[in-house]
Design a protein around this ligand. Structure first.
Ligand code: NDP
Ligand code: 8X3
Length: 258
């Protein structure tokens, strides 16, 4: 029997935009109860309202910076008070900063990528594990990337961070074997969100070019996939799921219409 999401507590990091915001709405449509975290709290509150409108029985938001252990621990205390449990943990917060080759890249960009995409998952998972029920179909779903499996020029630190995410996911699955907690990675290819806007530090023209002439995945495509992964029957673990746009045959091979 499928794992029913109605009235389950779903915690999503990086819920203020992109995949995280779409996931809040999608889990809301399933009647889940939501705990949403990110740094831009006004946007988080708007997403929580949309999720309630979609059908979430509860949707709460709170400041979270996954790059800061203090912030993660404070967020975990808030989650304990609000919900007392977390049935589905979605480690989504992250992104890329810059597309410079190693010879020219900046420490601050490397550090931001390793902090959010890699250390953030470790911190958030450590803080939330005590709230996750054993033998009840709970899930940890980490967002990886095609970039964690294939390197590209200018992507050294981002690809390394996402390759790290994959190994964290695999290690956690071993550590949690026997607890009934499932551990998955969902690894998308090209998807149009604020990802490129953040990577190119607000340069909207450059960000738009990434998707020009091609049909990328949407945030909603990823959100539907996350709902599907979390709602498999409790004895089924979707270990690793890769999804790419039909136009993307490989990381460097993207079909673009004239
Ligand atoms: P967006 O930029 O739209 O969303 C990123 C989210 O992460 C925002 O909500 C942002 O919130 C949050 N975030 C970033 N840093 C932190 C932090 N330190 N603490 C808390 N929250 C943080 O991009 P996407 O939705 O595309 O990205 C979501 C995830 O998917 C990322 O991990 C990304 O690497 C990954 N991914 C994206 C792909 C794509 O092509 N779009 C493909 C494969 C993977 P705020 O700024 O408010 O804190
Ligand atoms: C985001 C996908 O290919 O831009 O993780 O790195 S890519």
């Amino acid at each position: 029997m499928n794992f029913t999401l109605a009235d389950k507590w779903v915690l999503i990091t990086g819920a203020s935009s992109g995949f995280g915001a779409a996931a809040a709405r999608a889990f809301g449509r399933e009647g889940a109860q939501l705990l949403l975290g990110a740094r831009r709290v006004e946007r988080l509150e708007a997403v929580a309202a949309e999720a309630r409108q979609a059908g979430a029985t509860e949707a709460h938001s709170h400041f979270l910076d996954v790059a800061q252990t203090g912030s993660v621990n404070e967020f975990a205390s808030w989650a304990r008070t609000k919900a007392g449990r977390v049935d589905v943990l979605i480690n989504n917060a992250g992104g890329a900063h810059g597309l410079d080759p190693v010879a020219e890249a900046k420490d601050e960009d490397w550090e931001a990528m390793i902090q959010s995409n890699l250390l953030g998952i470790l911190r958030v998972t450590r803080a939330m594990l005590p709230l996750m029920p054993r033998d009840a179909g709970a899930s940890i779903i980490n967002i990886g990337s095609l970039a964690g499996r294939t390197a590209y020029e200018g992507g050294a630190a981002y690809c390394a961070a996402k390759a790290g995410e994959l190994q964290i996911t695999r290690a956690l699955r071993l550590e949690l074997n026997g607890t009934g907690i499932r551990v998955s990675t969902v690894d998308p290819g090209l998807a149009e969100t604020e990802f490129s806007l953040v990577r190119f530090k607000g340069d909207a023209t450059r960000a738009k070019k990434v998707y020009q002439g091609t049909q990328p995945l949407t945030a909603e495509d990823i959100a539907e996939t996350l709902v599907w992964v979390a709602s498999r029957p409790p004895h089924v673990n979707i270990d690793e799921l890769l999804l790419k746009p039909t136009d993307q045959a490989a990381i460097h091979k993207v079909y673009r219409r004239k």
